[in-house]
Design a binder for this molecule. Sequence first.
Ligand code: ZN
Length: 314
Amino acid sequence: MNCITIRFYGELNDFLPLERRQVAFRHCFRGRPAAKDVIESLGVPHPEVDLLLVDGQSVGFGHRLRGGERVSVYPPFRSLEVGDLSAVRPAPPEEPRFVLDNHLSKLAGYLRMVGLDARYRKDAGDEEIAATAAAEARIVLTRDRVLLKRSQVAHGYCVREDDPERQLFEVISRFHLFDRLRPFTRCMRCNGVLEPVAREEVWERLPQQVREFYTEYTRCPACGGVYWRGTHYDRMREKIQRLQAAARGQQPAGAAACEEGPGPAGRADGSSESVAEGPRQTGAGRAGTGAEAEAGEVGMPETCGPVRGDEGDG
Ligand SMILES: [Zn+2]
C-alpha cells in the first residue's frame, strides 16, 4: 500500500466526514492512481476542486500519486491571490450558463427570473445532463455528487442549501454573478429570451383586467408565453435587491454536505413558501417552436406557471 497525507480546504470540507474536516489525514491506496480518482474516492467531486498542490507544486487531475506526497486540495479562491499556480480546470464559460439536475426545478425558475441561462428538463437523466453540459459548455448544478463525478462534467457545483431562494443566493455568490443579473428578461417556463411585443399582438390572449392596467408586454419566442409587470413584479424585484444587498454584506452559511447518490428529490422543491409571486404570464397560445425542447414545469407558483392543460414539450 502507498500512503499520502492529504488535506482539503474551505468548502470542500462539506463533503468529508467530520473527523477529516480541516485536518491533514493519511490515505492509502494501491498502485499509482490519478489524483482525480483519489480525490473523488474520498467523496469530493472534481468540479468542486480548483487547485491541487502535490508537495507544493500545482498539478493537474491526471497527476499520478505514488505514495509519500503531501497533497493539498482547494476550492475556487474567492479573494486569495494564487499567483502563478495553475488551476486544474479550464476557465469557466465567460457568459455563465447552467444546466440543472431534475430535482432543482425551483432554482431553475429563480435563475431564469434573474435572467441567467438555465437549462432544465424535469425528465432529464444524469447522462443527458452531463452531455448537455459538455456540448454547450454549461455548469452543472445538482445535489447529486455522483453526477458531478462524471468526467464529461468540467464545471459543476453541488448546491448545499435546501431552500430555493437561498440556493439562488448560493449560486450567484459562488459564481460571482451579481453584476450579471438581468431580471425579467427570460421566460421562467422555458428559458427563452423575452422580446417586447405590442399589446395589440397579444390582446386576444390577455385577461380583461390585464388589458386595462398594463401597456408593456414581453413575449417568449420559444414557447409563446406572454409576460407583463403585474402586481407581483415589485415584490419580486425587491427580493432580488435583497439578495444583492445581502451579497455586499456576508456569505450565506454553508448547509449540510451534498448527498452521495441520488439527490433528495423533492426536498429542494418541497417548500411551499418560496416564489409566490412573479411576472404574470398568460400561458396561452404557446407557439411551440421547439427552440427549447423543455417541459414548462419549472416549479413556479400558479400565478406565473403555465395554464393547466396547456402543458407539453413544445
Ligand atoms: Zn418560454
